[in-house]
Ligand binder design. Structure first.
Ligand SMILES: Cc1cc2nc3c(=O)[nH]c(=O)nc-3n(C[C@H](O)[C@H](O)[C@H](O)COP(=O)(O)OP(=O)(O)OC[C@H]3O[C@@H](n4cnc5c(N)ncnc54)[C@H](O)[C@@H]3O)c2cc1C
Length: 509
């Protein structure tokens, strides 16, 4: 007798944090779920790689909202992974350090009162501005009920134009004329690719608030989150298949019945959830199945800039472990670094040492991230290279990488004069690396750019015109581990009643 083909309740395309959280939420409600991932490793931007016996994070270096009782901690607890996560809390009085061109440094402390105290030490005359800043952060975050694990009828923050259209730069420059304080308050803008003309204030507020509420590094890498979610999914009867790139979908009466992968296999389901960028989703699921107006709107969406990442492994016991991140600038206008001047690149660097189990006083490695426009690597765009699908980008590209690595190391030497003596190995990734591994068009850091001048561009619905195709991931609500997790909650409300789910999450706290 011919064996009946397996049909799942859900197929999720992509195993980024959004795809995995959506899958576990559905499996916890008894649905059968299959995740198809194109890479050899699950996790999307949570992936790690190893060189010189050191593990490097590729896309997640620290995560906020992880103190007990805070939103991400509570969701991870509900999902059943929090107890197994190995995390290192960053310093209370300094989780982020802002370094300005003259070498002066400023601390961001965890918690609203630590944050205020740290700033007051350096800006004693600016208490009013600091209070205004903190009050505004808190009032904005109240407008996002899900971020506080509350349900608002209709989840309607997106319908509040006055909230969406306030500019972050405009607000910061309105509360103080002190240019240094302005730079310090905008100083970790690499977390959301902050730009003076476009970044909405709510973006800054949600990000800052989450890091003030518990900033942690994942010991030995963020991939543990993806691995734990995968394990949890398996324990609930779900399945994750790696090296399965979805290339097309088959339809019957306008509904998707199956997807095909590059390896030639076909998988059937009732519903499909895409963790891919919405524009890529329409290409993979057949552009002709989406209304022209939807396609036009998606085509207009701009992505955030991409990045270059330098990874250094160190000789044993040679470089101190820093239990904070550093944002180092070579110009005072910290938000004018996204559209950078190539001759002075890198003008802004995010720097962190990774944490390992039983972290001692020395670091095994350091990562430094700079903005990099996709156009810098566009000439090699026809090449492809991942572990699952290896290729060679050629000598010129290798030369380009060596030059860029050297430029970043020279900047690092301005901050850590002896760093070169500690270096054992030098590695890097470019916008092409992110493009190939994540499957975006341009290796964008955080997906679709939020623009306070064009708030409709921030509105991506989890539902699509195809009745059984839904979206999850960083492009829906917000980027980051917290943002994509909240996006997965919103996605799940298509299938699980919102009040019921939020109540269950709150009960599990
Ligand atoms: C350099 C960098 C630094 C960052 N730093 C931080 C940080 O410190 N803290 C933080 O919270 N956030 C950080 N972020 C942001 C955060 O990593 C992302 O917002 C988040 O991980 C995105 O999750 P996602 O669910 O959208 O999925 P993604 O991570 O985008 O994953 C999508 C998945 O879909 C898969 N896929 C794509 N196409 C197909 C296909 N056709 N078939 C099958 N599978 C497919 C991809 O392989 C991938 O696994 C950083 C991002 C980057 C790039």
């Amino acid at each position: 007798m011919k064996k009946a083909k397996t049909e799942y309740d859900f197929i999720v395309v992509g195993s980024g944090i959004g795809g995995l959280v959506s899958s576990v939420l559905l499996a916890m409600e008894g649905h059968s779920v299959l995740v198809l991932e194109k890479n050899h490793q699950v996790g999307g931007s949570l992936q790690v790689f190893s060189r010189d016996k050191v593990i490097f994070d590729t896309g997640v270096h620290y995560i906020g909202s992880l103190d007990e009782g805070e939103t991400l901690h509570s969701i991870f607890k509900y999902l059943g992974i929090i107890d197994d996560l190995k995390m290192k809390r960053l310093d209370d009085d300094c989780f982020d350090m802002i370094r300005l061109p003259d070498g002066s440094t400023f601390k961001h402390g965890q918690g609203y009162s630590n944050f205020k105290e740290g700033l007051l030490e350096k800006f004693p005359k600016e208490e009013k501005a600091i209070d205004l800043y903190l009050a505004k952060m808190q009032s904005i975050c109240k407008e996002f009920p899900l971020y506080n694990l509350e349900v608002e009828d209709g989840f309607s923050y997106i319908d509040k134009p006055e909230l969406m259209s306030e500019s972050a730069f405009g607000f910061i420059t309105s509360i103080t004329e002190n240019k240094i304080l302005q730079s310090v308050l905008l100083g970790n803008g690499l977390l959301y690719a902050g730009e003076t003309k476009t970044t909405p204030l709510y973006v800054l507020a949600l990000i800052m608030n989450s890091y003030l509420k518990g900033s942690y590094r994942m010991e030995n890498g963020g991939s543990q989150i993806a691995k734990l979610l995968t394990k949890r999914l398996h324990s609930l009867g779900g399945k994750v298949m790696k090296r399965q790139e979805v290339v097309r979908a088959n339809y019957q009466e306008k509904r998707i019945i199956s997807v095909e992968t590059k390896s030639g296999e076909t998988f059937f389901a009732q519903n499909f959830i895409s963790n891919m960028h919405p524009r890529i989703t329409t290409q993979v699921f057949g552009i002709e199945n989406f209304r022209p107006a939807y396609r036009t709107r998606l085509n207009k969406l701009k992505n955030t800039v991409s990045s270059f990442m330098l990874y250094l492994s160190f000789h044993e016991n040679s470089f101190p472990y820093l239990n904070y991140n550093m944002y180092a600038y070579s110009q005072n206008e910290v938000w004018n670094t996204v559209k950078y001047d190539e001759s002075h690149w890198p003008q802004a660097l995010f720097i962190c040492t990774s944490a390992v189990k039983n972290q001692g006083e020395f670091a095994e490695s350091l990562s430094a991230m700079a903005y990099m426009d996709y156009k810098e690597v566009e000439q090699w765009s026809s090449t492809f290279n991942t572990v699952a699908n290896s290729g060679n980008r050629g000598e010129e590209y290798a030369k380009f990488k060596r030059e860029k690595e050297e430029q970043v190391i020279e900047k690092l030497e301005e901050i850590f004069p002896d760093i070169r003596k500690s270096i054992k190995g030098i590695y890097c990734s470019t916008p092409l690396t992110y493009k190939d591994y994540i499957g975006t068009e341009d290796g964008s850091l955080y997906g679709i750019k939020k623009d306070c001048n064009n708030i409709m561009h921030s509105k991506i619905n989890t539902k699509t015109r195809v009745p059984n195709l839904f979206l999850t991931g960083q492009n829906l609500v917000f980027h980051g581990v917290l943002g994509a997790t909240i996006g997965a909650l919103v996605n799940s409300f298509n299938f699980i009643e919102d009040k019921y789910l939020i109540e269950k999450i709150n009960k599990a706290k």
